[in-house]
Design a protein around this ligand. Structure first.
Ligand SMILES: Cc1ncc(COP(=O)(O)O)c(C=O)c1O
Length: 481
C-alpha cells in the first residue's frame, strides 16, 4: 500500500475566530460580563457566514469563555457562578429576642433616594427600569375619566379588576386563588404588618430566616414581638431541621418567610422543600406569613410557586406588591390571608380604611393593557445582567476570601467578607465617599453578620457603579491591613 503524507488540515475559520476572541478576553479587552457583538453583526464585521459565528460562539461556550443569555446574546463568562464560595450559614439562636432600636435603617433609607449617593444600600431598582411615563399617563387618565374617584373613600378590600388580574397571575404560577380572598394594601409592608397583627399579640415569638430583611425586624419591634432567627441556606432557604427544633422548643406563634428569592440571601426553596415546610407548619399548627415580593423576578423559565400553592387549610398569609416589578411609588400591594381573611380585613379598615382606587385602577389598567409581561421579561434580563456584573466586580475588587451569594432571581447580592472586616465601619467610611451600603449588622437581632454586606444590584451598570464597588473593596482591604 502506498502511504501518502496528508497535508495538514487548515484550521477552520470558526476556530480562528474563537481563538481571536478568547485572546481578547485573556488580554482584558473583553471583560467578564461584556456582551460580544451579536451573531449577525459579527458575521458582517468579519465577512464570514452566520453559521461560522454560531460555531465560534458555541465553541467558546464549551470552553467556558462565553455564556448565552436567553433573548439577550452572548456574554463573556465570569469566574462566577461556579467558582466563588458561597456565604456560610449562621448558627441557630438559643432563644427568641426582642428587637433593639436601630437608627441605622432610617439612615440607610434617607440616603437611598439622595442623588448625591451611590445607592447600594436600600433594595431599590433604578427608576429608569420602571415604565414611569406610561404609568403617569394612565394615572392622569384615571383621574380625568372619573374625577369622582377622588371625592370618595375607597371602601373596598380590593378594586375588583385588579384583584382578578392578581388572582389570574397566581393561577398561571400554579396557585389558584379567588379574587375575593385578596385585600389590596399600601405596599407589601402593610400586608406584612396586618398579617403579623392578625396572628400574634405583643410578646409572642415569630420565627424568621437568618439573615433577615431589616424591614421585618423593624415591624417585629414596632409590634413588640420577639424574633427567633433560623439558619438559612444561601441557596435553598430556611433550614427545616433547625426550624423543627425551633418549633419544638419554643412557643412560636407564626413564621415569617421568603421562600422565593429571600432578602438578603436570594435563596429559593425547591418545590419539594416548600412542600415539606408546609407539612412541618401543619404538624405544629403554625401559620406562615409568606413574603413573595421577588417571586416574579425569576431568571429561569418558570416562576417559582409560592408556599401558598400547598396551602390546603388556609394557614398561609401570602403578601406581595408591585414595588419591585412596576412602581414602588404607587404603593400597591396585597395580602391573601387564607383563614385569617376577616381579621386582616378588620385590621386594614382600622389601619388605612382602604387603598386609593385611583392607584389600584392605574395598576390594573397597566396589567391589562400596558404590556406587563413584556416589561417583566425586560427587567428580569436587566436584573440578571446587573447581578452578574456586580458579582464580577466584587470578585475583582474585594479582598481574597470574599464569599458571595448566587441568586437565581431578584437583584440583591449578599457578600461575606473575610472575618477581619467590620462592615459597619466600612459603611461609615463609604458614606464619606458618597456610597451608601447596608451593613450585615442590620440583618439580625444578635451581633451577627459583622463582616457581611448587602448590595443593591438594581442599578444599571456603569463607571460610577464600578468605581463605587472598587472603592468598597479598597476600604475593606485597608481594614485588613
Ligand atoms: C422583602 C421585602 N418585603 C417588603 C418590602 C416592602 O415592600 P413595599 O415597598 O411593597 O411596601 C421590601 C422592600 O424593600 C422587601 O425587600
Amino acid at each position: 500500500m502506498i502511504q501518502t503524507l496528508a497535508a495538514p488540515k487548515p484550521t477552520p475559520l470558526y476556530v480562528i475566530l474563537a481563538d481571536e476572541l478568547q485572546s481578547l478576553v485573556g488580554q482584558g479587552t473583553l471583560r467578564p460580563g461584556h456582551r460580544v457583538p451579536s451573531v449577525r453583526r459579527m458575521a458582517l464585521q468579519r465577512d464570514v457566514s452566520i453559521s461560522t459565528v454560531i460555531q465560534a460562539y458555541t465553541l467558546l461556550e464549551n470552553r467556558g469563555v462565553l455564556e448565552a443569555r436567553p433573548q439577550s446574546g452572548y456574554y463573556v463568562r465570569a469566574r462566577l457562578p461556579g467558582d466563588a464560595p458561597e456565604p456560610r450559614m449562621a448558627r441557630p439562636m438559643a432563644k427568641p429576642s426582642y428587637v433593639g432600636v436601630n437608627d441605622l435603617t432610617a439612615e440607610i433609607m434617607s440616603f437611598a433616594t439622595d442623588p448625591a449617593y451611590v445607592p447600594l444600600g436600600a433594595a431599590l431598582p433604578d427608576h429608569t427600569l420602571f415604565p414611569t411615563k406610561k404609568l403617569a399617563r394612565l394615572l392622569g387618565a384615571v383621574g380625568r375619566n372619573d374625577p369622582a374617584l377622588l371625592g370618595r373613600y375607597a371602601m373596598n378590600w380590593a378594586y375588583d379588576p385588579l384583584a382578578r388580574e392578581i388572582a389570574r397571575r397566581y393561577l398561571q404560577a400554579g396557585t389558584p386563588l379567588s379574587h375575593d380572598e385578596l385585600v389590596v394594601t399600601i405596599g407589601c409592608a402593610e400586608a406584612i404588618n396586618l398579617s403579623l397583627r392578625a396572628v400574634t399579640k405583643p410578646g409572642d415569638t415569630v420565627a424568621l430566616e437568618s439573615p433577615a430583611y431589616f424591614g421585618f425586624l423593624e415591624t417585629i419591634q414596632s409590634l413588640n414581638l420577639r424574633a427567633l432567627e433560623v439558619p438559612t441556606d444561601p441557596r435553598t432557604g430556611i433550614c427545616l431541621d433547625a426550624l423543627r427544633d425551633a418549633l419544638e422548643h419554643n412557643d412560636v406563634k407564626a413564621i415569617l418567610v421568603m421562600p422565593s428569592y429571600q432578602n438578603p440571601l436570594g435563596s429559593c426553596m425547591p418545590d419539594e422543600k416548600k412542600e415539606r415546610l408546609y407539612r412541618l407548619l401543619a404538624d405544629y399548627d403554625v401559620p406562615a406569613i409568606e413574603d413573595d415580593i421577588y417571586g416574579d423576578l425569576h431568571f429561569g423559565e418558570r416562576r417559582p410557586k409560592p408556599l401558598k400553592a400547598w396551602d390546603t387549610d388556609g394557614r398561609v398569609l401570602l403578601c406581595s406588591s408591585f414595588s419591585k416589578t412596576l412602581a414602588p411609588g404607587l404603593r400597591v400591594g396585597w395580602c391573601a390571608p387564607g383563614r385569617y381573611l376577616e381579621r386582616v380585613r378588620r385590621l386594614k379598615f382600622t389601619n388605612t380604611l382602604g387603598t386609593p382606587v385611583v392607584l389600584q385602577k392605574t395598576v390594573s389598567d397597566f396589567l391589562r393593557n400596558g404590556g406587563y409581561d413584556h416589561h417583566l421579561r425586560s427587567i428580569r434580563r436587566a436584573y440578571q445582567n446587573q447581578l452578574h456584573l456586580f458579582s464580577q466586580a466584587v470578585l475583582r475588587h474585594f479582598p481574597e476570601g470574599t464569599r458571595l451569594s448566587r441568586p437565581q432571581g431578584g437583584f440583591i447580592l449578599w457578600v461575606e467578607l473575610p472575618p477581619g472586616v467590620d462592615t459597619l465601619r466600612l459603611h461609615r467610611e463609604a458614606l464619606k465617599h458618597h456610597i451608601n451600603t447596608a451593613p450585615g449588622a442590620l440583618f439580625s437581632v444578635k451581633d451577627r453578620y459583622r463582616n457581611c454586606l448587602r448590595l443593591n444590584c438594581g442599578l444599571p451598570w456603569g463607571e460610577a457603579i464600578e468605581s463605587a464597588v472598587r472603592k468598597l473593596g479598597e476600604l475593606a482591604k485597608q481594614q485588613l491591613h
